[in-house]
Design a protein around this ligand. Structure first.
Ligand code: GDP
Ligand code: IMO
Ligand code: MG
Length: 429
């Protein structure tokens, strides 16, 4: 099977966008299958920087982009993003972007509820992106979502909005937030319909045809395994399954078409939002990683929390996500550090664990057991061949492969598209 699925192996922002953009030169179709505009994928190509949230990263290379049914789609955010990339000289239209007709929509009630709930949680807040992702997925599962195809049946929208608002206005009122009126939402949806419907189709048919023709498909994950609603650090997670298995259900293609699962991991660890982070560094080294790595959220602008590479967590992501190979990014950020630490176990109550326990209390209690490695004096920044890497950097990568039990197939050494070292092509892995 010539396809590849790219997923995050930590807590997001590992460089999925850069890797998908790089790999897209080898594929014809790039598919988003979960998440929404909570994602922020930054691509640097020459003097242009593209910040994508909903558009599959393949659009920058002119590839066909597909937004699958597993995504939650904010129509206004999508149109704004198309406007932004168009201003940067890209073309995005119904000829190169297709959207699953059964994709659920994010309506203005969703971010309103997301924010009202976060405010009510106070210190216990999840640190969501405030974009309505959780409430939109809740509506999908509760069978009251408005889906893209519903815009083609305007007469059905009124009763659907009645049901939706009965639920949301009750909650919003209880939380002391502003409520919504059906007329305003209906007018907004009717105005959006002619702009959105030209993109809609049963994308499963196109994917099926691509599969039959042997056309290469790249599945682009958002968020990461440790933010997966089942396998992540619950409840400090997003509201979708982020593992590669979701590429099948989230786009309407069978699991045998997913192909090689490529996990993306930074050479250290970061996290936006609240929740446990065993290897977090709140000292000068953490601040240095943040500065060097420009660790500010693409979506939130918030400073990302930084820490050492956690091999226990990435190994777990490899196992539950079925990751067959890794792309290791941001190795350059570690240049010049005299000493590096890698978490190889968690100490808890006199025991050493080789996995992250599921309960939030236990997760908060584990303390990392570190292995210390010598750093390297030379630079890896911009390296484009394995031979250009300092010996100690090679050792670091090799040790990570051993610890996480997966081979490194790609190495990224700067934000720039071409500063990438290919060890083994995942399309032929
Ligand atoms: P994503 O959400 O996984 O696509 O990752 P983001 O784009 O949110 O965050 C990754 C950030 O790191 C972006 O600003 C990238 O431009 C940058 N980046 C990606 N790979 C590298 C790398 O190898 N080295 C450095 N220094 N920056 C990188
Ligand atoms: P990419 O695709 C990093 C985090 C939020 C919060 C939690 C839940 O760029 O890697 P949500 O708005 O999804 O309900 O927030 O998940 N989060 C991300 N963190 N990268 C992302 O996407 C994220 N998307 C959501 O910060 O902790
Ligand atoms: Mg990101």
């Amino acid at each position: 099977m010539p396809n590849v699925a790219v997923i995050g192996a930590q807590w997001g922002d590992e460089g999925k966008g850069k890797v998908v953009d790089w790999l897209a030169s080898r594929a014809e179709i790039v598919v988003r299958f979960q998440g929404g505009h909570n994602a922020g994928h930054t691509l640097v190509v020459g003097d242009q920087t593209y910040k994508l949230s909903l558009l599959p990263s393949g659009v920058v290379r002119g590839k066909l982009g597909i937004i699958g049914n597993g995504v939650v789609l904010d129509p206004t955010a999508l149109l704004a993003e198309i406007g932004r990339v168009t201003a940067q000289g890209l073309h995005v239209g119904p000829d190169n972007l297709r959207i699953a007709e059964n994709v659920p929509l994010i309506l203005p009630v969703h971010p309103a509820l997301d924010r009202a709930r976060e405010a009510a949680r106070g210190d216990r807040k999840i640190g969501t992106t405030g974009r309505g992702i959780g409430p939109a997925y809740e509506d999908k599962v509760a069978r009251r979502a408005i889906r893209l195809c519903d815009l083609a049946e305007p007469a059905s929208l009124g009763p659907k909005l009645d049901e939706l608002l009965l639920h949301h206005n009750t909650l919003l009122q209880g939380l002391g937030a502003d409520t919504f009126t059906k007329d305003a939402l209906l007018a907004e949806l009717l105005a959006l319909a002619p702009r959105l419907l030209p993109f809609a189709e049963p994308v499963w048919q196109r994917l099926d045809a691509a599969r039959a023709a042997g056309t290469r498909i790249l599945f682009e994950g958002a968020q990461a395994v440790m933010l997966d609603v089942d396998h992540g650090t619950y409840p400090f997670v997003t509201s979708s399954n982020t593992v590669a298995a979701t590429a099948a259900s989230g786009s309407g293609i069978g699991p045998s078409a997913i192909g090689t699962v490529l996990g993306i991991a930074k050479a250290y660890t970061t996290r936006v939002g609240s929740g446990p982070f065993p290897t977090e560094l709140t000292d000068a080294t953490g601040a240095l990683l943040g500065e060097r790595g420009h660790e500010f959220g693409t979506v939130t602008g918030r400073r990302r929390r930084c820490g050492w590479f956690d091999a226990v967590m990435v190994r777990q992501a490899v196992k539950v996500g079925g990751i067959q190979g890794l792309a290791l990014t941001k190795l350059d950020v570690l240049d010049g550090l005299p000493e590096l630490k890698v978490c190889v176990g968690y100490a808890r109550g006199g025991e050493t664990l080789r996995h992250l326990p599921a309960a939030a209390g236990a997760q908060a209690e584990v303390t990392p057991v570190y292995e210390t490695m010598e750093g390297w004096a030379g630079s890896t920044r911009g390296a484009r061949s394995w031979a250009d890497l300092p010996a100690q950097a090679v050792k670091y990568v090799r040790r990570i492969e051993e610890l996480v039990e997966a081979p490194v197939l790609l190495l990224s050494t700067s934000p720039e598209r071409d500063d990438t070292i290919l060890m083994k092509d995942p399309f032929v892995a």
